[in-house]
Design a protein around this ligand. Structure first.
Ligand code: HEM
Length: 201
């Protein structure tokens, strides 16, 4: 039987699903508002309902994002010499000829992705709450719309890239989102430093 290694705990898996579903609903409805897309509005039962859904799903999203800090924040701030080398060879994504250094549990691309989502997520939530709840302060509302739209751009670039890298580009990775595990042999190849630290090689 294939020996499996656990990469994500039960609460991490559940929280990632809440984060992913809420984020995708926000992106779709946000796109609908930005371009006044009738078809998207009618998917939600009209623009008014879509606004209510967007606002409250935003609350779920930011709570889930803040909860994710419990698992991912510390790791995302730590970079060693191999991580610095990883940047120099662009993670091996641009050429198969370069030597990619051995990685720990997360590579620097994943750590930066997390920090980008965290930063843009906090900015989009704070500006969203200002647009939703503040009245009578035109300057604040204008700045909030700008911040909301700029953060939205970060999401529509980063999230599709993340989904592609976690599915088609790296077969087997999606399993981590479903049951939190991956085969030991794959883990040894992809995350040798993590496996060494865990005494598995
Ligand atoms: C719905 C499609 C999605 C799929 C298939 C997917 C897949 C995955 C997988 C497999 C992992 C674990 C990677 C690993 O441990 O090596 C992961 C991690 C993560 N996901 Fe997603 N995800 C999706 C949507 C999202 C969305 C919408 C967000 C952002 C709001 C997000 C944020 C994260 C973060 C911050 C991590 C931890 C850092 C990382 O491993 O890159 N994911 N995702």
């Amino acid at each position: 039987m294939t020996e499996m290694v656990r990469k994500s705990s039960g609460d991490e898996i559940l929280n990632h699903w809440v984060l992913a579903v809420s984020c995708i609903l926000l992106i779709i409805s946000g796109y609908g508002f930005l371009f006044q897309t009738e078809a998207i509005g009618s998917l939600f039962g009209g623009f008014n309902t879509m606004k209510t859904v967007h606002n409250w799903v935003g609350v779920v999203f930011i709570l889930s994002l803040l909860f994710s800090m419990r698992h991912s924040f510390k790791d995302a701030l730590e970079y060693d010499e191999d991580d610095r080398q990883w940047f120099k060879v662009a993670g091996g994504y641009l050429s198969h000829k370069v030597k990619v250094p051995p990685m720990g549990k997360y590579n620097p691309g994943q750590k930066l992705y997390y920090l980008a989502i965290l930063g843009a997520g906090i900015a989009i939530a704070l500006s969203g709450f200002a647009i939703w709840l503040v009245q009578g302060n035109q300057t604040l509302i204008l700045i909030s719309h700008l911040v909301h739209n700029v953060s939205f751009c970060i999401f529509i670039i980063a999230v599709p890239v993340h989904i592609y890298l976690s599915t088609l580009a790296n077969p087997g990775t999606f399993q981590i989102m479903v049951n939190g595990t991956l085969p030991l042999e794959v883990a040894k190849k992809r995350y040798p430093k993590w496996m060494k630290a865990a005494g598995k090689m």
